[in-house]
Ligand binder design. Structure first.
Ligand SMILES: Nc1nc2c(ncn2[C@@H]2O[C@H](COP(=O)(O)OP(=O)(O)OP(=O)(O)O)[C@@H](O)[C@H]2O)c(=O)[nH]1
Ligand SMILES: [Mg+2]
Length: 318
């Protein structure tokens, strides 16, 4: 197995940026914790207020209930003596929800090429994520090829080619309007001929309720499978965190249509509070591979549950 190796240093820098950028540096959880319990005493009222905060932060009602039930048990056992104890309880609960989906993407070397099919709604960050991944894989010593499977949007091919040039990786493209399945099929042949390690396939954005376009993705998946029945090895959904609970609906529908194997959550640097990751983990259970906190290639790193919870619980100014 060739794995995604990350040195500690960029990781530290990423955590600082994540903490500073998530919800614009405002730690809604800790800020509110101190405010919710001004006298420092934790009681049912504080837990009720916290419940409302979690729901508003995109955690969703059912997942919030799960977290609140955990805290109520601790309260009944008289374990929540003060705000610190409440924060520790929250940390345990959030980590236990996120830990199971924090499974890094492993590029298995027996698949040549290892095919990653990128899907998602318009503007979620698919093409940018491909560019960032191309750089990451190249830096790890893997050879990479990109397939311009978005033949629909006028500038999509140029956008992918720009990432290809920047990272010095080849891009397989056809004319606008070409059948995306054919583009990706041909790209597979080119990748195999050149003994490329990873083939990253872009697709056009589409809404989860556009049945014809969802069927098109299923076709792409089938067609790639004709060359290598184990491909695509990763069907990765890209989700824009600022879409809140709607991102969960997207994830459920794309999962039904395609059987997702991984998710990348982008735009955690905007107004997003990040609660959507808890909802995704709890309700869907598909591994969250990467999180994105900006437009540059360094602004995306593998998802680490404990680190993310730390960013939620600590304020932006260390
Ligand atoms: N702030 C921020 N912007 C991002 C992030 N990821 C992507 N973007 C920006 O989001 C915009 C859309 O990204 P694309 O990669 O073109 O999205 P797409 O899913 O390929 O879009 P379509 O091909 O139109 O469906 C671009 O301006 C990106 O730079 C992120 O993590 N943070
Ligand atoms: Mg795109």
């Amino acid at each position: 197995m060739l794995s995604n190796k990350d040195s500690a240093e960029p990781r530290q820098g990423f955590f600082k940026k994540l903490r500073a950028r998530l919800n614009k540096g405002d730690s809604w959880l800790t800020y509110d914790l101190a405010n919710l319990a001004p006298g420092g005493k934790i009681d049912e009222d504080v837990i009720d207020d916290l419940e409302a905060e979690l729901v508003m932060a995109d955690v969703g009602i059912e997942t919030t209930e799960r977290i609140i039930a955990d805290l109520q048990k601790s309260l009944a056992r008289k374990e929540l003596k003060d705000v610190d104890a409440l924060r520790d309880g929250l940390r345990r609960s959030l980590t236990s929800i996120l830990e199971p989906v924090a499974a890094p993407l492993d590029i298995a070397s027996e698949h040549h090429p290892y095919v990653i099919l990128m899907v998602g709604v318009n503007g979620a960050g698919k093409t940018t994520t491909i560019g960032k991944l191309a750089k990451r894989f190249k830096d790890q010593g893997l050879t990479v090829m990109l397939a311009a499977g978005d033949t629909f949007r006028a500038a999509a091919v140029e956008q992918l080619q720009a990432w290809g040039e920047r990272n010095d990786v080849p891009v397989v493209a056809q004319q606008p309007g070409a059948d995306p399945a054919a583009v990706i099929f041909d790209a597979w042949d080119a990748a195999r001929a050149r003994d490329v390690d990873v083939l990253l396939a872009d697709t056009a954005g589409r809404l989860q309720n556009q049945q014809g376009l969802m069927d098109e993705l299923a076709k792409i998946k089938r067609v790639v499978g004709r060359r290598d029945e184990t491909a695509p090895h990763e069907v990765m959904l890209v989700l824009d965190a600022s879409q809140g609970q709607n991102a969960l609906v997207q994830a459920e529908k794309f999962n039904e249509a395609l059987g997702l194997t991984g998710i990348t959550v982008t735009k955690l640097d905007g107004s997003a509070k990040g609660g959507i990751l808890l909802a995704l983990a709890d309700k869907l259970g598909v591994p969250v591979r990467f999180i994105g906190i900006g437009e540059s290639a360094d602004d995306m790193q593998p998802f680490v549950a404990a680190e993310f919870v730390d960013a939620l619980l600590s304020s932006g100014t260390p």
